[in-house]
Design a protein around this ligand. Structure first.
Ligand code: G3P
Length: 242
């Protein structure tokens, strides 16, 4: 896999990497409906948005409308809430209902023809749409054409079947940059800290990960060993600051 360290704003100044213009930031979304965990990570500046899906809502045991409303009240950034119908008309009605919860709702639709149609209609109304369950570059291309705000390629589930989830992120980055698509790559199904740093190297716009994965990014055995050594010396020398 060829890693690229910056991506380019084709529509603006194609010669200038976005990281040099200062207008790019990697966003962290938290993939959970657990309010306590969201609040905890908010205190660290690690929450630029939240993603949920029917499995996460089912696990929470909470009502989708109520828990989504509560998340929207504590998080400023986009909060993805997923439709549960399969046909366009019902998906659209559900999407419009979800969008009424708060201004920061991103309606999540599956990458099917009905989902793409719903994406187009909602996007045309200025509603943020997250197209989910993306497993190929062609699917990501269709979502961008349909006006998606976010495309959610699932890394872990591709890795599960011996395909390369990170390679898909890289392919979508190339395609979107080739044409200046504004759809943001929201890397999903992130299972470990390595996925996070690899997505950052490729230039994914957003990573959504469970709280434990975000916390695991802080871990390093040499940090633990180094701190143990410092603590031993602090004790031996009786060093005090306060
Ligand atoms: O954001 C999608 C994510 O929740 C799916 O993750 O681990 O079930 O593949 P996973």
């Amino acid at each position: 896999m060829a890693f690229r360290f910056v991506h380019y704003e084709v529509n603006a100044d194609a010669t200038k990497p976005k990281h040099l213009t200062g207008d790019i930031t990697m966003k962290f979304f938290v993939d959970t409906a657990d309010i306590d965990q969201i609040k905890e990570l908010l205190a660290y500046g690690m929450v630029d948005g939240v993603t949920t899906n029917p499995s996460i809502i089912a696990k929470s045991g909470l009502d989708i409308l109520e828990v989504t409303k509560e998340i929207c009240s504590i998080v400023d950034g986009p909060v993805s809430a997923e439709v549960v119908a399969l046909d366009h008309e019902t998906m659209l009605a559900e999407g419009l209902k979800l969008a009424k919860i708060a201004d920061n709702i991103a309606v999540k639709v599956p990458l099917t023809w009905a989902g793409l149609q719903t994406c187009k209609v909602l996007s045309d109304q200025g509603i943020m749409v997250n197209v989910t369950l993306c497993f190929s570059a062609n699917q990501a291309l269709l979502a961008a054409k349909a006006g998606a705000t976010f495309i959610s390629p699932f890394i872990g589930r591709l890795d599960d079947i011996n395909l390369d989830g990170l390679e898909l992120i890289d392919d979508i980055r190339t395609i979107y940059d080739n044409y200046g698509f504004e759809t943001q790559i929201l890397a999903a199904s992130i299972r470990n800290a390595n996925h996070m740093s690899e997505c950052a190297k490729i230039g994914a716009d957003v990573c959504t990960a469970p709280p434990n994965v975000i916390k695991a990014m802080a871990n390093h055995v040499l940090t633990d060993n180094g701190l143990a050594g410092f603590m031993a010396d602090i004790k031996k020398a009786g060093i005090k600051i306060l």
